[in-house]
Design a protein. Structure first.
Length: 354
């Protein structure tokens, strides 16, 4: 990877920073306004963001490859407006493939599917800060190939609490014949991804996530909850099972998060999770780590696992404990077997709600 133009000429109005052309593999990617400040507090520019994604190019490509990807765009940096782009941007190069995804409403859209670092840089030039890939590949967008567990700290809890939950989660996964790969969320929490065979629907994989969360909750009732309603959660780690619902996505490994110091979602080894904190990883520090240890999740796709054991646990939860489905997010259509979407406090008052 190298600069193509040693002396790029200015384009547009006088004083506007020169565009830069980068050679990335066999592609050329143009970066406009490279000096635009994206992160005002540390002073990071668009070009700093691009250089970061160059430094971890193979790692983030591994996380995004062939996945329909929603782009979290901030064309004017952290101080400007932001939006999630679920449809492929206009003027998408013909060398970046797309895949058709179906939303819960039944509507469809074609999303870009990065297949190499050049596609990541092309999107970064549009102001994409964070990449949100679906847990599917473009050859089958209805059957997830990842089980994703989101350990989300609630008020009164922190990363250390998420670490405790993650260690017990690892034991749960192991008992069901599964292996997870942990990463920081880029905030206070942890994500654990399990590569699975693409044999099950979103509904089934979400059910497996619920079963996993409930087992963790049984083992750590004072520290973990699957309670969808915030009034139920207390000072516990929330297992956000709805991250496995169709059209819900999570930041990819190596994605930059839209926070003042430009933190990143950092892949970790299990033995590292209690030795580091999320603040250790940002666009300044991650390239050095990547250069030293490489992509610690590089072997994530070498083996895939089955959900039979977790789905059997879900069946037993329902048959023996009366634990059926849990609420979907409010924008979703009513799902078969789903309980009423009403806050427990309102339900006690006799209020109907969906």
């Amino acid at each position: 990877m190298r600069y193509l133009s040693a002396n790029p000429r200015l384009t547009g109005m006088a004083g506007k920073a020169a565009a830069v052309e980068l050679e990335v593999g066999d592609r050329t990617v143009r970066i406009s306004s490279p000096d635009k400040v994206y992160f005002p507090e540390p002073g990071y520019t668009k070009m700093d963001l691009v250089r970061y994604y160059l430094a971890v190019g193979d790692g983030i490509t591994r996380a995004l490859r062939d996945r329909p990807t929603t782009l979290e765009r901030r064309p004017d940096g952290m101080t400007g407006e932001s939006f999630f782009q679920k449809r492929a941007p206009k003027h998408l190069p013909d060398w970046i493939p797309t895949a058709r995804i179906t939303f819960p409403s039944g509507r469809t859209a074609d999303e870009m599917c990065p297949t190499g670092p050049a596609a990541v840089l092309w999107a970064a030039n549009l102001g994409t800060v964070t990449f949100h890939p679906w847990p599917v590949r473009r050859d089958d967008t209805d059957r997830p190939d990842e089980l994703r567990i989101d350990l989300d700290p609630q008020p009164g809890t922190d990363y250390a609490d998420a670490v405790r939950a993650a260690r017990e989660l690892r034991a749960v996964l192991d008992e069901h014949g599964l292996r997870g790969w942990p990463k920081t969320s880029g905030g206070r929490g942890l994500h654990v991804f399990v590569p699975i065979h693409p044999r099950w629907t979103f509904t089934q994989v979400r059910r497996a996530a619920i079963a996993c969360g409930r087992e963790l909750e049984r083992r750590m009732p004072d520290r973990v909850t699957t309670g969808w309603w915030k009034e139920e959660r207390g000072e516990r780690i929330f297992v956000d099972y709805n991250q496995m619902a169709r059209d819900r996505t999570m930041a990819s490994a190596y994605s930059v998060r839209p926070r003042p110091n430009a933190p990143v979602s950092a892949p970790l080894r299990w033995e590292e999770i209690g030795e580091v904190v999320p603040q250790d990883f940002d666009i300044r520090t991650m390239p050095a780590r990547y250069a030293e240890v490489g992509d610690v999740h590089a072997d994530m796709d070498d083996e895939r696992f089955g959900l039979e054991s977790l789905l059997e646990l879900a069946r037993r939860d329902e048959a023996e404990r009366g634990l059926g489905d849990l609420p979907y997010p409010p924008e979703y259509p009513k799902m078969p077997g789903e309980p009423k979407r009403v806050q427990p406090s309102r339900a006690k008052e006799g209020t109907e709600g969906e």
